[in-house]
Write a protein that binds this ligand. Structure first.
Ligand code: WTA
Length: 656
């Protein structure tokens, strides 16, 4: 880590905004002054939304860490993303430029999307979904996914989108935790050149009724996407195409209180059980729309915007569905993988639709770097005028490549730091204002209070590293963990309770200018390809296999994915007596993929005879990380058995 930090601190390249970009930019330096009165600033941003009932109170922070924003105001989130644009005469504007992986296309205008959402809202009501009910959405990246989120929001219900790459088990636990009444899914979606089924995972999740508490799911609404044969449970399963087109397109959006829950999104924490992060309506939409406008410099009349995230992640929620649609943007949505049918697919899409704003993850940029510049160079990328990065620290090399090869040395890059919990971007350069530094996410946005502190909560000051904290409440902050207020307090607020700071779980350093450099997580959360995974969750999956007695998982640095999952497993004596270990490594990798989802599958599994533990029995993951990253093993003096590391090293090297 320290050599990496030194390397980062030697980064001296700077890029000032061009005069042309600055002249037309949505962001201006005076936004920072305007935000000196934080509450007034956010109230002003909130007034860009349509309020059925205007709010009179901005923030109530009298009962921290439970905040309310715009509490006495009422709005309808879907109305803000749809009807108001149609009513303003923009019904013919394209909302979604959708491209399926096989090359099929759909252009959906604001009028058409509004119509579809109204019909679906009527269907949901007919199916008995009321305000406050939970609806699980398990869909590929098709227009219906966006419509489903908005229809649920429109009737004041709460969606829980589950990433289509998660397993039946993961889906089941999310359905149970939220007590979902309805699941919206599809027969499948196209990935890597073939139809990849989704409905079987729903069947498996719901079939095993003894597994969860009492079954809460009454219906499964199924979109036909691939035409793959599906199992059908009469009475429970319903086709979207039977119900939605036949439903009435008359639906008047009702106002809901600003603090009405909008969605739950599960994310990995430091324990085995994912946390249901809860977001509400008015504050969330305010910050989603504001950040999309100033950080992505969105000009909805002229831009073609593309955020490559899946709606299964927070980035897809805020910067595919809510932010851009609240702003009336025209955006590209692509169903498939970046390299299907050829490695230039993304760049072909940029050229085809004339994408002007591209928002993606460092891991994608690094894999394109690996493939070489000759691939993007075959496509006309001259429409691009702004590039964004999200999900993990972007190393200066990848930043420079992104700017040079993809951005033609002309585009500003915004490296945006935020979390599922923060709901929207918190730290970023403002394009047209900030002189950018490759590798640094730079400055808190106007209206955001942030600091880097030591373990006691004392500011570390410029030139030093520590823990990132958010010092003031913000409109799109999480309002809690679904069903677990204690865990909400413990996880984020207890560490600096006396100061009232939110603890983000990220290490960060302030440079001499006070710019923020993110250094990765300080807890047991890994970041693999920009996706959060918990070491404990993967360890519990591993020990759930009949062969494994004990497991320790670490995130090891990886050139492409940022971090990679590396597992060390001790095998049960009884298993070894009865079985050969041939093929066990592959079996265990596949097992984790089945239990959690392919993103959690370890890059390496090492079979070892012991794990390094302190005298009190705590696994020393730091030492295992040294082994996984091929470094000299650090200080072993606190180990119960100081020889164990040389044994492990021997076993790992033998395997290589
Ligand atoms: C990391 C994704 C450095 C960080 C929006 C955070 C980043 C976690 C950046 C949240 C960035 C996200 N620079 N690190 N620009 N963006 N992270 O909840 O560790 O999936 O805590 O939200 O990703 O991941 P999540």
């Amino acid at each position: 880590m320290s050599s990496q930090i030194d390397h980062l601190l030697n980064e001296t390249r700077r890029f000032a905004p061009s005069a042309d970009f600055a002249a037309a930019a949505n962001a201006h330096a005076d936004l920072y002054d305007a935000a000196a009165d934080r509450e007034a600033f956010w109230a002003e941003q909130a007034r860009n939304l349509h309020w059925h009932t205007p709010f009179t109170r901005t923030l109530d922070w009298s009962n921290p860490p439970f905040a309310t924003w715009f509490e006495d105001g009422e709005l309808n989130v879907a109305y803000n993303c749809l009807d108001r644009h149609v009513e303003a005469g923009l019904g013919d504007r394209v909302a979604l430029l959708w491209e399926g992986e096989p090359g099929d296309e759909r252009r959906v205008t604001y009028a058409e999307l509004t119509d579809e959402v109204k019909r679906l809202a009527n269907v949901l009501t007919e199916l008995g979904i009321d305000a406050g009910d939970r609806v699980a959405i398990y869909l590929p990246m098709i227009p219906e996914a966006v419509a489903a989120m908005l229809a649920v929001a429109r009737i004041g219900a709460i969606h829980s989108v589950v990433f289509g790459g998660f397993s039946a088990d993961s889906l089941r636990s999310r359905i149970d935790d939220a007590g979902a009444k309805l699941v919206i899914t599809s027969d499948g979606g196209y990935r890597k050149g073939k139809a990849s089924p989704l409905k079987p995972a729903v069947d498996q999740a719901l079939g095993d009724r003894g597994h969860g508490p009492q079954e809460t799911v009454e219906h499964v609404l199924v979109v036909k996407r691939t035409g793959t044969e599906v199992n059908w449970e009469d009475g429970r399963d319903l086709w979207w195409h039977d119900l939605v087109p036949a439903a009435s397109a008359d639906h008047v959006a009702q106002p809901f209180p600003a603090e009405n829950p909008l969605f739950i999104l599960y994310t990995s924490g430091t324990t085995g059980k994912p946390k249901g992060i809860l977001h509400t309506s008015g504050g969330y939409l305010t910050q989603a729309a504001f950040t999309n406008k100033v950080v992505h410099d969105l000009h909805p009349e002229t831009d073609v915007y593309w955020c490559t995230a899946d709606i299964g992640w927070i980035t897809g929620h805020t910067y595919v569905t809510y932010g851009p649609l609240a702003n009336g943007a025209t955006q590209v949505i692509y169903e498939g993988t970046p390299d299907t049918p050829h490695p230039g697919r993304w760049w072909e899409i940029v050229a085809k639709y004339g994408v002007t704003i591209l928002y993606t993850a460092p891991t994608a940029i690094r894999s394109f770097m690996k493939l070489g510049r000759s691939i993007p160079e075959q496509h006309d990328l001259s429409s691009l005028r702004l590039l964004g990065s999200v999900g993990e620290p972007i190393n200066p090399e990848a930043w420079m490549w992104y700017r040079h090869v993809i951005g033609g040395d002309r585009t500003p890059i915004v490296d945006t730091w935020w979390q599922t919990e923060t709901g929207a971007i918190m730290v970023s350069a403002l394009p047209g204002v900030t002189e950018t530094k490759p590798g640094s996410a730079q400055v808190p946005l106007p209206g955001i209070g942030l600091d880097v502190v030591d373990d006691q909560g004392q500011e570390v000051g410029n030139g030093n590293g520590g823990l990132l904290v958010l010092t003031e409440p913000w409109p799109s902050m999480l309002r809690g963990i679904w069903g677990d207020p204690d865990r909400f307090k413990e996880t984020y607020w207890d560490k600096f309770a006396d100061k009232g700071y939110y603890f983000a779980g990220d290490g960060a350093r302030l440079d001499e200018d006070g710019d923020v450099w993110f250094l990765g997580r300080v807890d047991d959360v890994m970041n693999v390809s920009g996706h959060r995974l918990s070491t404990t969750e993967i360890e519990s999956a591993l020990v759930g296999n009949e062969a494994v007695a004990e497991a320790a998982v670490v995130g090891a640095s990886d050139e492409t994915t940022g971090q990679a999952v590396v597992a060390f497993c001790v095998i049960k004596e009884s298993y070894m007596k009865a079985n050969s270990l041939d093929g066990l490594v592959d079996t265990l990798r596949a097992w984790v993929g089945d239990q959690i989802g392919p993103i959690a599958r370890p890059r390496d599994v090492y079979i070892v005879t012991e794990l390094p533990k302190t005298r009190s029995g705590k696994i020393m993951r730091r030492l295992l990380r040294d082994v996984a990253e091929g470094r000299e093993v650090g200080d072993t003096t606190t180990l119960a058995d100081t020889m164990v590391m040389s044994t492990i090293k021997g076993q790992v090297t033998k395997k290589d």
